[in-house]
Design a protein around this ligand. Structure first.
Ligand code: 13P
Ligand code: SF4
Length: 310
């Protein structure tokens, strides 16, 4: 790549030329968020992917998100800046093992968190995100038996909130399980007026201390509407960019991780760079392609989610 190239103006030019749209998750690096046409949480991003009239969707996020966009808009070209941008939570639930797990509960309905492969979605009855998981479980009859996967922490949170007895798959996100309760408590003592906000992918003992629990969009909205001046934020640190932009006078502190980790960055999300974004728009690859039968089977549970969340 020519080092003198102005990546931002070139990306904007290519976007117009190719009728492309850039959808970015809040965990992307700030430069990518700033050039995106839409920034959002997993639900918002899938709603955008379903309704866009662009010919090309550049998904600045991770593989399962780009797959979801392809499932919802199969005739569009869906690009992911780095094909290696995976997800530890999605990896924690291989579809062939989940299919065996599901066989043990033949009378259960399967709800899967969107952070999973297209294959896994194809094995599901309804997909959910962190912003609608409670609503989706509550939309089902109280006696409905449910398997919930792959995130054990979101599953435990939904169980607590709804009082339903969900059968949980034992998966987790590597980023949301790094937080140190002791360090968060020490930080809270140093900033007694700070609100502690957390994503429901965090472990129960962390969520127990939270003033607010929600998806990335939910957390951002909370910091805009809440009158406090300081927040300790337990999720991937990319979200702090939008929080700081929306509330420039407030202070946002990433919740401290344990001694094994230096920061709250998701190594998968952070594989995408502005340079890779430019290359992928220029060369129109890497492209996400899925087998037609997987698209058809995975479409139903995602569309069911979108209808319930409309
Ligand atoms: P949301 O943005 O939907 O809260 O998802 C968080 C996440 O971990 C995505 O990988
Ligand atoms: Fe997956 Fe966790 Fe990274 Fe989200 S933050 S992409 S759930 S590993």
């Amino acid at each position: 790549i020519d080092p003198t190239i102005d990546l931002v103006s070139e990306i904007n030019r290519l976007k117009k030329e190719k009728n492309a749209v850039i959808l970015a998750h809040y965990y992307q690096e700030s430069e990518i968020q700033d050039i995106a046409d839409y920034i959002g949480d997993s639900l918002g991003l899938s709603q955008q992917a379903a309704k866009t009239d662009a010919d090309v969707i550049v998904f600045a996020g991770v593989h399962f998100m780009a797959e979801t966009a392809k499932i919802l808009s199969p005739t569009k070209k869906v690009l992911l800046p780095d094909l290696k941008a995976g997800c530890s939570l999605s990896d924690s639930c291989p579809p062939h093992l989940f299919a065996k797990f599901k066989e043990q509960y033949p009378d259960h309905l399967v709800i899967t968190y969107v952070n999973c492969t297209a294959e896994l979605k194809a094995l599901s009855d309804i997909v959910c995100t962190s912003s609608n998981a409670v609503q989706i479980v509550e939309s089902l009859p109280p006696d409905q038996k449910i398997i919930f996967g792959p995130d054990r922490n979101l599953g435990a949170y939904v169980k607590k909130k709804t009082g339903r007895d969900l059968v949980l798959w034992n998966g987790a996100c590597m980023v949301h399980e790094i937080f140190s309760q002791d360090k968060i408590e020490a930080l809270h003592e140093a900033y007694p007026d700070a609100k502690f906000i957390a994503h429901p992918e965090c472990e129960d003992h962390i969520l127990a201390k939270a003033d607010y629990i929600g998806s990335t969009s939910g957390m951002l909205k909370f910091t805009i509407e809440d009158p406090s001046q300081t927040y300790i934020v337990a999720t991937e640190s990319g979200i702090l960019h939008q929080m700081q932009k929306a509330s420039p006078t407030k202070t946002f502190i990433p919740a401290p991780p344990n001694n094994l980790c230096a920061c709250n960055d998701c190594p998968h999300m952070k594989l995408n760079t502005l340079e890779k974004l430019y290359n992928c728009l220029y060369y129109e690859q890497p492209e996400i392609n899925l087998a037609e039968d997987v698209i058809l089977r995975a479409q139903k549970p995602i569309e069911r989610m979108l209808q319930i969340s409309a």
